[in-house]
Design a protein around this ligand. Structure first.
Ligand code: NAP
Length: 240
């Protein structure tokens, strides 16, 4: 196996994945920042080299990122990254948009990193012309970057800067680009809701990420919402 010059790597099978995908995964990711010998950043990523059940095909891959990155390359640390339904579908191979498998991280077989959104902190010192600085928080400009990782390298064009992060948490920032945007489009693209006319919208799955964002938009715009959720007790009975 030939490795890219700047990367040293190893992959572990997924005994750790259920724990790694637990509810505190995003927060755990944010706490990890190890600097290895000679300034190499020790990084981990949840990768897959074939489609299937995430518990079967994901593995935790460790690799090092060189300290001698060019100023045009950002070194990012992950502060928070969620698990969305589409992330799972992508790994299953049933989602229309699928990131390509590559050898960039030095995995034994070409792989993709799971996850599509997250909040990242810039650890490097970008060129002043980029309008980005060390310590800034950024989100990914597009889906498919692969966000389930402790660190990443990216081009300034890959990211959008959070211009004022005061009062925001990494979890809020790391979950803004998928579900709230979907709720916005859902409410704006198909009907014109008029608060003056007392318009309402009704939705099911209202406790989902998308649903809760829709409720908040409704409140912001003065449009009333009727929100249907399934009965938790029924669901628990079915599981027993
Ligand atoms: N651009 C896009 O096309 C786009 C973007 C974002 C999301 N989405 C889609 O929007 C949906 C919501 O995404 P999300 O991230 O907001 O989801 P989420 O936060 O994970 O919530 C999932 C919702 O589905 C409900 N649910 C799950 N299984 C169910 C079942 N068997 N019967 C009835 N309800 C069930 C859950 O109810 P309980 O809490 O009772 O389990 C919960 O309300 C997903 O289908 C997602 O793929 C599409």
């Amino acid at each position: 196996m030939s490795l890219p010059r700047t990367i040293r790597a190893g992959t572990r099978p997924t005994g750790l994945i259920p724990r790694a995908l637990g509810p505190r995964y995003g927060q755990m990711m944010g706490k990890r920042h190890k600097s290895g010998p000679y300034g190499y950043t020790q990084a981990k990523a949840l990768v897959y080299s074939k489609y299937g059940n995430p518990a079967d095909v994901l593995s935790l891959h460790t690799h090092s990122i060189t300290p001698s990155l060019p100023p045009s390359t950002l070194l990012l640390r992950t502060l928070a990254t969620p698990i969305n339904p589409a992330d799972i579908n992508q790994i299953q191979g049933v989602y229309p948009a699928r990131p390509p498998f590559t050898s960039l991280l030095g995995t034994p077989a070409p792989s993709a990193v799971g996850g599509n959104e997250g909040c990242f902190e810039i650890l490097s010192s970008p060129a002043p012309s980029t309008n980005l600085s060390k310590g800034d928080w950024v989100i990914m400009r597009s889906t498919g970057f692969g966000t389930w990782r402790t660190h990443a390298t990216a081009s300034p064009d890959d990211v959008i800067k959070i211009s004022n992060k005061e009062g925001l948490t990494p979890i809020q920032v790391g979950t803004v680009s998928v579900n709230p945007c979907t709720a916005y489009r859902m409410l704006r693209d198909f009907e014109t809701l008029d608060p003056g006319a007392g318009d309402w919208f009704i939705q099911n799955g209202a406790n989902s990420g998308v649903g809760r964002a829709a409720i908040q938009f409704g409140r912001l715009w003065g449009v009333k919402s009727l929100n249907v959720i399934r009965d938790g007790r029924t669901r628990l009975r079915r599981r027993r």
